[in-house]
Design a protein around this ligand. Sequence first.
Ligand code: SF4
Length: 494
Amino acid sequence: MNAEWFEDRPHEECGVFGVYAPGRDVARMTFFGLYALQHRGQESAGIASSDGRAAYVHKGMGLVAQVLNEQNLSPLRGHMAIGHNRYSTTGSSHVRNAQPYLIETVYGPLALAHNGNLTNALELRQELLKRGVGLSTTTDSEVMVQLLAGPKETWASGYSANGPKERWEARIRALMHVAQGAYSLAVLTREAVYGVRDPHGLRPLCIGQLEDGGYVLASESCALLTVGATYLREVEPGEIVRLDEDGLTSVHGHEPQPRALCSFEYVYFARPDSQFEGQVIHSVRQRMGRQLALEASVEADVVVPVPDSSTPAAIGYALQSGIPYTEGLIKNRYIGRTFIQPDDDLRKLGIHLKFNPLPANLAGKRVILIDDSIVRGNTSGPLVRLMREGGATEVHVRVSSPPVRHPCFMGIDMATYKELIAHRLDVEGIRQHIGADSLDYLSLSGMLAAIRAGAGQHSGHCTACFSGQYPVHIPRWLLSDEREKTLFEGVWGV
Ligand code: SF4
């Protein structure tokens, strides 16, 4: 299930979706919402729904279309649903970790779908175990659902609630005061669907409205359009939104902290047709390319993107530099994440399983190859060789983000120093490693200028993997490459 043999992209660990829409087939809507968010997680998918009495769930390993079908969608009855797709880090790729988690509580069913990572998961996990709460998975998301379901004495002083809505809102609020790190949540109860965003707004979450009055939550706005919803706004950092018979209600969750939306969402993760902070991702990536051309120009004949994610930056670079844009690599659009591993003979073909060069556009040309990021550095060398195979006389690699020198602990699978090539080598060392004629990156200030040109004065962004400046406290144990073992020692033999 590991696709590293043809990929050097970090993975988002999840996409979430939620809908409250009486009279609509909410399971089907959630299926298509997850389908639009497939790029955010490709190892498991699932949907939980409720009709106000009981709740139903189906989840499994694989792409959305592999896990869900007509047969298993039809039992997912009701007028509200949440969905989740997930990419997992090595060692935790198992159906028991698939979401949404659905459990029975004293106040009825509770389901949760989570995008992000808690930085104090170990502490919270140990706290639950000490209290005698059994845990059946290795995820911090299960910790969150168990904390929400916990008894009254779980919660800090200030707990007072009468009706079911107040009860759940008080619990979500209390959870927000103990959970640290990144979380965008879709929560399903018998009464409502809730959207919750951590106080820094590290991971995205937005709200849309359906024509007939229902509401939708999604990690990215592309999923709203897919189900026919109109984009309304983002869930604010620290905000709880409730979708129910009263419509859309905003509830205070946690005092907002300095904003820190993940800048890698702009660089690579988000779909180019999604929007954050009032700007379409495609335009931001074009600005990054323009800025890169200003900072790292080089004489060449053509600008070629590593498809598809680097295309907008390559267009921007070409527009700014006046050097023609062309396609030089053809990507197998269907390879996706595969569960079939190549055998040794196929493995030798390496990058050819994913890309082929286009000699008609490359032969005899000095090429600027635009990539949006270099993380582990395992595909840049093969890509440069492909350019030369296609007849390029020079290959100048330009990267539309800064070098990734620090791990991410907030929901992205680049979690150790040792795996990051820019932590081990300087730019010249990386150039030699990948065999390019020259290599240059967009500066941190250049990247932020491209993001903030349209994001407004009050925006704020996490840049920790580039700068080492983490927006949240990172405990020492998390910095250890042995942390998976520490966290789950004794659990499932991990
Ligand atoms: S460390 Fe990097 S990938 Fe992780 S949240 Fe911050 S900007 Fe995003």
